[in-house]
Design a protein around this ligand. Sequence first.
Ligand code: FAD
Length: 296
Amino acid sequence: MSIVDLYEPGEPVISFEFFPPKTDAGYRALFRTIEELKQLSPGFVSVTMGAGGSTRTKTVDLTIEITREIGLLSMAHLPCTGFRPAEVGSILDRLDAGGVHNVLALRGDPPADDPNFESPPDGFTYANELIEFIVEHDAENARVRSERFSIGAACCPEVHPEAPDAETDLINLKRKVDAGANFLVSQLFLDNDKFFDFVDRARAIGIGVPIVPGIMPIATVSGIRRMAGMNGTCFPDELEMELQRVEGDDDATYQLGVRWARKQCEELLARGVPGIHFYTLNRSPATREIYQGLSL
Ligand code: FAD
C-alpha cells in the first residue's frame, strides 16, 4: 500500500513517528506505545534512522516487524549521508522483501558524536540525489518487486538552517519533488502561520504534492528549546510567555504541550491539511490526548 494514495482528498491521514530504542526495555516500552496508538487507527507509522545510518539494521527490522506482526502500514526513514549507493540499494531490497514500500528520503546530518565521520566519495550530497537513485533502482528492479516504492521527503516551513535564504531552500525542495518525491512531511513548527505561508509559497513555485504538517507535543521546556534551536523554529509570543510560566513544573508543561498542539491541529485540520504527522518521541499519552480532543 502506497502512502501517497492515502493522501487522496478525503479523511485526513494521521501518522506517528517512532525511533529505534537503544535497549530491550526501550523496545518493550515502544511496542506498548505502538499498541496503544494503534487503537487510534493511524494511516501509517514511521521509524527514523540515526544520523549517518547508525540504526540502519534496527530501522529496517522495526519497520518490517511493525508491518508484519502489528499489521500497521509503515515507512522507513532513509537518510543518505554516509551511505554508498550500493548500501542504499541493499536497504531497499531488504525493505521490499519485508513488505515495506514506503521510505522518507532524507539527506540526514553527520553524527554529532563522531568528529571523524566522513561521507564516502561516491555517496550522496543532497536528498534529491537519493530520490533520483531510489526511482532508478526501483525501475531497474520493477520486475522482481512486489510493489513500487512511494517516496516522501522532508520540508522546512521555517527554512532549513543551512539554506542561504527561503527562496533558495524552496528551489531545492522542488528539486526533490521533480526527482520523484510523492509527498512532503514538515519539520516541527509551533506557529501555524509559518506553515500556511510556506505552503502558499511552495504552491506558487509549482510544488503540487501533499504537504503534511509535523507536530511535536512539547514534553519538556529544555527539550523543545533544544529542538527549536536546531531547526530555527520560532516561538509565538503567547507560547513563550506560557513556557516561562510552566518551566520547572512537569505536569503544567505536559498540559501546555497538549493544549498547544491540539490548538495547532484543530486549525490545521479546519484549513484542510492532508494529514498530521506526530513526532511521538516513542510515548503515547500526549499524542493520544491531543488526538482524542480533535474532531476526527
Ligand atoms: P536536503 O533536502 O538535501 O536539504 C539540506 C540542505 O541543502 C538545505 O539547506 C537545502 O536548501 C540544501 N539543498 C538541497 N538540495 C540541494 C542541491 N541540490 N544543491 C544545493 N543545495 C541543496 N534525520 C535523520 O538523520 N534521520 C531521520 O530519520 C530523520 N527524519 C526526519 C523526518 C522529518 C519529517 C524531517 C522534517 C526531518 C528528518 N530528519 C532526519 C532531519 C533531516 O535529515 C535534516 O533536517 C537534514 O539536515 C536535512 O535533510 P533534508 O532531507 O531536508 O536535506
